[in-house]
Design a protein around this ligand. Structure first.
Ligand code: FAD
Ligand code: FES
Length: 339
């Protein structure tokens, strides 16, 4: 069996076992979240050895050249050694600026960058990895343009027994330092030839965060094609930014907002609420005549994103025009391990 050396200890790797699984099985502490190659929380350095191509393909060329790879995707078949980057390596220090409720379950979190000269460029809608003061790393989508606002905005929903959100909703205070790595993902607006293609954006819960960023970016850049936003919640109380989106709709005639929920009750009555599931509402508004040239963005709960992607593709959307961010939650580790 191949061996893995990490922090002066050596462990045997099982057949096809990833470096992440081997370290967790041996009670080593390593950050991780999605275990699917998406969040980059498990970034690790191959020391005096070469990581497999497949484990490196999701990370930037500059990181690959320095020997970095993803522990959750690296299944070595020879002896290897690995080391964790320090938290400061490849991350930007930020401070918690504000943390305010958008509804009962969602916080609008803004972060300021400590040293602006080291801030990286991202497109609104892409996601970054946030690392809290306890070293817990999770992915979050950015809802605004740092270059315009001078801060980063996130929409973060409370997860039952969640480690990161437990800290954020329970203990976090302005001034707390969070490190940030990124950016990742292809959910963003780009239109180099100024085409007026239609856009459909659909999301559940905080799936609105990347969609909101993309819409503001498109409108700011003068996008003239039709832009339709479908935001789904269990009830009207689970929606947020309703007034902001209604105002945006008044200001920009090409922008159409469809809030979707099965129940319009409780604290927040929504005027134009679409009665039914978001899937049905999207389906009822699809214009199959223009679908092949429509840009589609789907974000939020993985079940919703995966089902909707298939349905829209089957109706005639082009696969290359469908951009998705499924908000995968951390997979449960097969054995112990802290993160
Ligand atoms: C690309 C991407 C973008 C994202 N963007 C956003 C965003 O903009 N906004 C947002 O709110 N979220 C977003 N997420 C989700 C986010 O990254 C976190 O998954 C989420 O906030 C939960 O983190 P947590 O640490 O609070 O929960 P975790 O601690 O990761 O727990 C998640 C769930 O698993 C359960 N669980 C954990 N460990 C165990 C165990 N050992 N046994 C049994 N159950 C367990 C918990 O009870 C909980 O229900 C995104 C995810 C991805 C992949
Ligand atoms: S990329 Fe490895 S845990 Fe997310």
């Amino acid at each position: 069996m191949p061996k893995l050396t990490f922090n002066a200890s050596t462990f045997e790797l099982n057949q096809y076992e990833t470096v992440l699984d081997c370290l967790l099985r041996n009670q080593q502490s390593i950050p991780y979240a999605c275990r699917a190659g998406m969040c980059q929380a498990c970034l690790i350095k191959a020391v005096d050895c070469e990581a497999t191509q497949v484990s490196k393909k999701w990370i930037k060329e500059s990181l690959q050249q320095k020997g970095y790879t993803l522990a959750c995707q690296w299944a070595p078949d020879t002896d290897v050694a690995a080391a964790l980057p320090t938290i400061e390596e490849f991350s930007v220090a930020t401070r918690l600026r504000t943390c305010e409720p958008l509804n009962e379950h969602v916080l609008r979190v803004t972060l300021e960058v400590v040293d602006k000269s080291v801030m990286f460029h991202y497109y609104p809608g892409q996601y970054v990895t946030l690392i809290n003061p306890g070293g817990i790393a999770r992915s979050y989508s950015v809802a605004n343009a740092y270059e315009d606002d001078g801060f980063l905005e996130f929409h973060i929903s409370e997860t039952a027994q969640g480690i990161f959100t437990g800290w954020l909703f329970g203990e976090a205070k302005p001034g707390d330092v969070l490190h940030m790595r990124g950016p990742s993902g292809d959910c963003f607006y780009s239109n180099t030839s100024a085409e007026a293609f239609p856009m459909i954006l659909a999301g559940t819960g905080t799936g609105l965060a990347p969609l909101y960023g993309i819409i503001l970016d498109a409108l700011t850049q003068g996008h003239s094609g039709e832009i339709s936003l479908f935001h789904g919640g269990r009830t009207s109380d689970h929606l947020y930014y309703v007034k902001e989106l209604e105002s945006l709709q008044k200001k920009y005639p090409q922008f159409h907002y469809y809030p979707c929920a099965r129940e319009n009750s409780g604290k927040q009555k929504v005027k134009e609420l679409q009665d039914g599931s978001i899937e049905d509402v999207v389906d009822a508004h699809l214009d199959t005549g223009v679908l092949s040239r429509t840009r589609i963005y789907l974000c939020g709960a993985p079940d919703f994103v995966n089902t909707q992607r298939k349905q829209i593709f089957m109706k005639g959307a082009s696969a290359g025009n469908i951009h998705c961010d499924a908000f995968l939650e951390r997979s449960v580790a097969p054995t112990g391990g802290t993160n």
